[in-house]
Design a binder for this molecule. Structure first.
Ligand code: IMP
Length: 186
């Protein structure tokens, strides 16, 4: 067998995490969730839209009973976080007494998840954890937001692919790459 050749798209300056590494990490996290939530029937809530590819890959390896739902929230006005989360689409399920796992593509400032977690505490969830594909801890403003399950820690770079976008583009890349500066400086 030869060395796998990975095609890189023009929009990225380098590939940070390959598709194979993402798939392997999803298996690892899915197995851990299976062991830790056996008999608890967790409700996994994906935050639209970026979490969709990660969510789909992750649940293939969750072997205990689980439920899934999706939420669309926005805490940004232009490029600045307002600190107030607007719910564009809420979940359908009743949360009270349930074990919630929020599934995110990336945690940066933590403002979005901090607001949602406070909301779900009011809704009387039995437990709340965060599962994120990527964590950028250098950007954290809400220090209390600590993902229990994290795929990869990365430096403070703007990344795209596997759900992550820049102006709604590049979510379909199979890997995570660093966006070329010339694209966002245009
Ligand atoms: P925060 O943790 O409240 O700052 O929000 C995280 C959200 O910011 C993610 O769900 C993304 O939509 C967006 N985001 C942060 N960093 C990046 C990045 O490097 N690439 C793409 N989106 C990002």
């Amino acid at each position: 067998m030869g060395i796998e050749k990975i095609e890189m798209d023009d929009c990225v300056s380098s590939i940070l995490i390959t598709h194979e590494e993402i798939v392997n990490k999803c298996k690892e996290i899915g197995t851990q969730i299976t062991e830790e939530y056996k008999g608890k029937r967790p409700l996994l809530i994906g935050l639209l839209r970026g979490s969709v590819p990660f969510f789909a890959e992750l649940i293939k390896s969750i072997k205990c009973d689980m439920e899934m739902d999706f939420m669309d929230v926005c805490s940004y006005a232009d490029t600045h976080s307002t600190g107030v989360v607007n719910i564009i689409k809420d979940i359908k399920s009743d949360v009270s007494g349930k074990h919630i796992i929020f599934v995110e593509d990336i945690v940066d400032t933590g403002i979005t998840l901090d607001c949602i977690i406070n909301l779900f505490k009011k809704r009387k969830a039995a437990s709340i954890e965060i599962c994120t594909l990527i964590d950028k801890p250098e950007g954290r403003v809400r220090k209390n937001v600590q993902p229990k399950y994290c795929g990869f820690l990365i430096p403070n770079k703007f990344v795209v692919g596997f759900g992550l976008d820049y102006n709604q583009l590049y979510r379909n890349l199979p890997y995570i790459g660093i966006l070329k500066e010339e694209i966002y400086r245009k």
